[in-house]
Design a protein around this ligand. Structure first.
Ligand SMILES: *Cc1c(COP(=O)(O)O)cnc(C)c1O
Length: 414
C-alpha cells in the first residue's frame, strides 16, 4: 500500500498524525525516542497539579482524592498492563530499570551447585551484564563458570533463533535463568519471546526479559507468552523524561508465591495495615509486594501524561500498525535514494524489528556522518563501534520526518 505513495500523502492519510502536536520536538528532526522520548506538552500540567496539591494539602495529599499519593503508582497499572500484555496485578511502576532487574533476579535467580548458569547476550547492554555478573558473585558463584553469553555467528549481526534454542537446550539442567532483551538495543532485533520462554521452561529454567527497547515500540503479550518476569525503563518509548520511573512485571503464577526470596520494604506490605507500623510483613498479593519505597510522585506525573497519549492514540496496536507502514516507507526510501552507501543491520522482516534502524555507513566514516547529522540538528544517536541509530516513533514522528532524514543523509554521504 505504501509502495508508491509520497511522505506527504502518507501523512495526510495517517489518523495518528495529529498526535505530533502533543509533543515538544527539539532540533530539526527528532529521531531519537529510542534513547529519550520527547516531552509531552501536557506533562508540566500533570506535575503542576501535584505541586498544587502539595502546596494546599501538604501531608494530607497522601490520602486525599483520586490522586492520593499513597496509591499514585497504581494510577498507571492498567495502562502499563495493556502495553505489556499483562493483568494489572502483574505490573507495577517503581524504581529504575537496573534496580528492578536486581530485585527480580533476587527472586528468580536461585542457583544451586548443579543449576547456576545465567544466559545473556554477548552484546548485552552493559548494565544488564553488570547486574547478572554481580548477582552471580553475590550468591557465591563465579561469572567465569556461571555467566554464558550468546553471540551472533562470525560475520553476522543478529542472533539466529535456532542458535539461541540450541544453546538453551545444551545448557539444559545447568541453566537457571535466561535473561534477554525483548528488542536488542544496538541492532533493533526483536527476540522471539514466546519461543524463548517455552524453550527455557522446557529445560527447567526461569525466563525474564529486559523490555527497555520493546515497551511502547512493539506489541507484547507477556502473560500469554508465560514470561516469568520482566523490567523496563519508561524514558525511552514511554516518554517519562530523564531518569523516569521504571516498570516491572511478574507472572500471576508467581506474584503470591511467598516462598520466593525477596527484598522487603514497607510499600510491599498490605496497605490497609501498613500505617499501623507493625513489623509483621503481610505481602500484597500482587507484584506490588516487590515495592520497597513510596512512589516518586513528581516523576510519575510525567509518565501519566505520556501514557494518556498512548490511550488517545488507541493503544500500542494502532501505533504499531502505523509503525509498520513507517518502517516499510523508510526501507523503500533508503533503497531508492541511499542504496548501498549505508546498510541497515536491523533484520528486514517486520516481525523481527521495531521502529529502530541501525545504520552502518559503508561510504566513508560513520562517525563523521553522524557528526554531520548532528551539525544539521538531526537528533539521532551514535553507538560504538559503528552504528547510527535512528528511530521514527509513530506517536510523534511523521512520514515526512523520514523523508527529510533520507534527503539530509543523501546530502552527507555523497
Ligand atoms: C536503556 C537501558 C538500560 C538503562 O538502565 P537504567 O537502569 O534505566 O539506567 C538498561 N538496559 C537496557 C537494555 C537499556 O536499553
Amino acid at each position: 500500500m505504501t509502495a508508491t505513495l509520497t511522505a506527504a500523502e502518507l501523512d495526510s492519510a495517517d489518523p495518528l498524525a495529529r498526535l505530533r502536536d502533543a509533543f515538544h520536538l527539539p532540533g530539526e528532526l527528532y529521531l531519537v525516542g529510542n534513547s529519550l522520548g520527547a516531552l509531552p506538552k501536557s506533562a508540566p500540567d500533570y506535575v503542576t497539579t501535584e505541586f498544587e496539591r502539595w502546596a494546599t494539602l501538604g501531608v494530607e495529599g497522601h490520602f486525599t482524592g483520586e490522586l492520593a499519593w499513597k496509591d499514585y503508582h497504581a494510577l498507571v497499572s492498567d495502562q502499563l498492563a495493556r502495553l505489556v500484555g499483562a493483568g494489572r496485578d502483574e505490573v507495577v511502576a517503581m524504581n529504575g530499570l537496573t534496580v528492578n532487574l536486581h530485585l527480580l533476579m533476587i527472586s528468580f535467580y536461585r542457583p544451586t551447585p548443579k543449576r547456576h548458569k545465567i544466559l545473556i547476550e554477548a552484546h548485552a547492554f552493559p548494565s544488564d551484564h553488570f547486574a547478572a555478573e554481580s548477582q552471580i558473585r553475590q550468591r557465591g558463584f563465579d561469572p567465569a563458570q556461571s555467566l554464558v553469553t550468546l553471540a551472533p555467528r562470525p560475520g553476522e549481526e543478529t542472533l539466529r533463533v535456532d542458535d539461541m534454542l540450541a544453546t538453551i537446550a545444551e545448557l539444559g539442567d545447568e541453566l537457571a535463568l535466561v535473561m534477554l532483551p525483548g528488542v536488542q538495543y544496538y541492532t533493533g532485533q526483536v527476540m522471539p519471546m514466546a519461543t524463548l520462554t517455552e524453550a527455557g521452561h522446557a529445560v527447567g529454567a526461569v525466563v525474564g526479559f529486559d523490555l527497555a527497547h520493546a515497551v511502547g515500540n512493539i506489541e507484547l503479550d507477556l502473560h500469554d507468552w508465560n514470561v516469568d518476569f520482566a523490567a523496563w525503563c519508561t524514558y525511552k518509548y514511554l516518554n517519562s523524561g530523564p531518569g523516569g520511573v521504571a516498570g516491572a512485571y511478574v507472572h500471576r503464577r508467581h506474584v503470591n508465591d511467598q516462598t520466593l526470596p525477596k527484598l522487603l520494604g514497607w510499600w510491599g506490605t498490605n496497605p490497609s495495615t501498613r500505617f499501623e507500623m507493625a513489623t509483621d510483613f503481610d505481602a500484597i498479593d500482587t507484584v506490588e509486594s516487590w515495592q520497597l519505597s513510596n512512589a516518586p510522585v513528581l516523576a510519575m506525573a510525567t509518565l501519566r501524561a505520556s501514557l494518556d497519549l498512548f490511550d488517545e492514540a488507541g493503544g500500542i496496536g494502532a501505533l504499531r500498525s502505523k509503525s509498520e507502514r513507517q518502517i516499510e516507507f523508510f526501507d523503500r526510501r533508503l533503497d531508492e535514494v541511499i542504496g548501498d552507501r549505508v546498510i541497515n543491520i536491523t533484520p528486514r522482516a517486520l516481525e523481527e524489528r521495531g521502529c529502530q534502524f541501525a545504520l552502518r555507513v559503508t561510504a566513508g566514516d560513520g562517525k563523521r556522518v553522524f557528526d554531520a547529522l548532528e551539525g544539521a540538528r538531526v537528533l539521532c544517536d551514535w553507538r560504538e563501534p559503528d552504528v547510527i541509530r535512528v528511530a521514527p516513533v509513530p506517536l510523534y514522528n511523521s512520514f515526512s520526518d523520514i523523508e527529510r532524514f533520507v534527503q539530509i543523509l543523501d546530502g552527507i554521504v555523497q
